[in-house]
Design a protein around this ligand. Structure first.
Ligand code: TEU
Length: 548
């Protein structure tokens, strides 16, 4: 049940991983070609973002048929081969269940539009006049979260794109339909599930304006969310599988419940929360730039690590995914200390309490692409906000610099495999432009190099499998008032680790406690160590991990 604690999960964004047929879009056969690479890296599960039949307005998070593969990605036979071949290599495939909403192209929504009352009740339709949306709630992608349907005289709720209509989980028929989807994929041999924005599924009984915000406080960790997740897990019998919920604007107390190890209260294996990735949002606004607040970052790690440990919950540990800019470009250094910062940031989360996730390309230190032109961006959210930023009075250059830091496309550039044209991703034209540094940063170059970022990730994955202190140990934070150094101790019975991370590009020192003087160095990102007596010197972005 807790077998995921010593494993590492690898996230694949299929559209940008490997193209096998030259159409510029990655596909399932492309993933098949790269399974040996993933096995060699040592990861245990492959989470694929949605490959279901979809109009692709939100790159597959707008699902039209949960039980069919989109032809852009391949066929059901390809998916079956992927499940089989991954399993032969000791890896399980996890699929991404987008159950908060469907595409408006989904037959359920189409039947609702055609006037079938039964299907109208699959979604959240509200009466109202065409001029006034039912509430002032905002879509996560900008603008109102309601769309008016003249033929019905009603509005429907879409927390994301206008083509992503929110499902009505209060309707038991909807819950039954979604359980069938889980069972369908379980029978195919899927080993785990990621649930997209699953803490948004339960909407309040009364819909009212949010006078303090954009509406999220009414539906994030909503009234029946725990009940609905428990029911879904119980009725599909997936309690023993690896499951992770993506929790948007969530609370610690709820995440403890979502991921509790208590079998009577079983919901999911673990949670993604995002508070640690908002420490560079000015006033909490993703579209206002600010230098990262490291004090806040450390405080969030402390609260969530200790809180989840005390509450017997479990964190998903991650810096990167398909919605986040690359971490090196954000908290690390793309220039002189590229390699050091990539390794330091990797160790910082891989040695914490939780299950680490690697997002494709993170293991070779991929960076943001530095797009210069708005035509290079593809993402619906980026294009919406570009327009909104201009409407707010920003210049084009200002809006472009915000996108360069914040766009989801920063992580969606193709995987950099080799020195070939397009990094070996495709023989055609990539659907989205490569990052500018693809001729320098690529897999082939790093595989053979024991000092590479790739080799360091491989070591971290191996260490987690070998050492109970990493997978099971308690955590205690050190250097708590020092904004520049993240430091913690892990303890499991007699095993002990102490880890120091210089989060900055300036040299600094820490004072070792007497017992640590006899510890041996387990891991680092500089060849030698700078220790004299009790003083340990830390160079830019240096990590030092000592073991008893
Ligand atoms: O993301 C949910 C989500 O709220 C964010 O990460 C979102 O991208 C961000 O708040 C916008 O600023 C999930 C998926 O990971 C994402 O790709 C989908 O677009 C979204 O749900 C809708 O399904």
């Amino acid at each position: 049940m807790t077998s995921f604690r010593n494993k590492v999960i690898y996230q694949i964004y299929p559209k940008s991983f490997q193209d096998s047929d030259g159409d510029g879009v990655g596909d399932l056969r492309g993933i098949l070609e790269r399974l040996d690479y993933l096995q060699e890296l040592g990861v245990s599960y492959l989470w694929l973002t949605p490959v279901f039949s979809s109009p692709q307005n939100d790159n597959g998070y707008d699902v039209e048929d949960y039980c069919a593969i989109d032809p852009r990605f391949g066929t059901m036979a390809d998916m079956e081969a992927l499940i089989r071949e991954s399993s032969q290599r000791g890896m399980g495939v996890m699929l991404d269940m987008v159950f908060n909403h469907t595409s408006t192209a989904h037959p359920w929504f189409q039947r609702a539009l055609a006037g079938e009352k039964e299907y109208e009740n699959y979604y959240i339709f509200k009466e109202g006049d065409s001029k006034h949306p039912p509430t002032n709630w905002q879509s996560k992608f900008g603008g109102t979260s309601w769309e008016y349907v003249p033929s019905l005289g009603k509005w429907y709720l879409h927390l994301f794109d206008v083509t992503q209509a929110d499902l009505n989980w209060d309707n038991p028929k909807v819950r039954e339909e979604l359980k069938k989807v889980i069972c369908f994929w379980k029978e195919k041999g899927i080993q785990g599930f990621r649930f997209d924005v699953v803490n948004l599924i339960s909407k309040p009984a009364i819909f009212e304006d949010d006078l303090e915000g954009d509406g999220r406080r009414f539906y994030s960790d909503g009234p029946h969310v725990h009940e609905y997740i428990k029911e879904l897990v119980r009725d599909t019998n997936i309690a023993e599988m690896v499951t992770v919920g993506e929790m948007s604007s969530t609370h610690l107390e709820d995440c403890i419940r979502y991921s509790t190890a208590n079998p009577q209260e079983r919901e999911l294996s673990m949670c993604f929360s995002f508070h640690h990735l908002k420490v560079d949002y000015k006033n909490g606004d993703k579209w206002s730039l600010m230098e990262p607040d490291r004090r806040m970052l450390k405080k969030i790690f402390e609260d969530w690590q200790l809180g989840m440990e005390q509450g017997n919950g479990w964190n998903a540990l991650f810096w990167c995914n398909h919605d986040q800019p690359r971490i090196i470009s954000r908290l690390g250094n793309e220039g002189r200390f590229w390699k050091e910062s990539a390794k330091m940031l990797a160790a910082a989360i891989h040695l914490m309490r939780g299950t680490p996730y690697i997002y494709q390309g993170e293991e070779i230190g991929m960076t943001n692409p530095h797009y210069q032109n708005i035509s290079q961006y593809q993402d619906v959210e980026s294009l919406n906000y570009y327009r909104i930023l201009l409407e707010q009075g920003k210049t084009e250059a200002e809006a472009m610099s915000v996108l360069a830091a914040r766009s989801r496309d920063n992580s969606r550039t193709p995987m950099q495999w080799s020195a070939e044209e397009n990094g070996g991703f495709t023989k055609g034209t990539p659907w989205i432009e490569m990052a500018d540094n693809y001729p320098e940063i690529y897999v082939e170059k790093q595989i053979a190099d024991p000092d590479s970022v790739y080799s360091f990730y491989k070591k971290l994955i191996k260490l987690r499998k070998e050492k109970m202190v990493i997978s099971e140990g308690r955590i205690v934070f050190l250097e708590r008032d020092n904004p520049d150094i993240l430091a913690y101790q892990r303890c499991y019975e007699e095993e002990k680790l102490v880890a120091f991370y210089n989060l900055t590009d300036a040299e600094t020192t820490v004072l070792l406690e007497a017992p640590w003087m006899n510890y041996r160095k387990l891991l680092g990102n500089y060849e030698d160590s700078q220790q004299s007596g009790r003083e340990l010197g830390l160079r830019p972005y240096e990590v030092v991990v000592l073991e008893k």
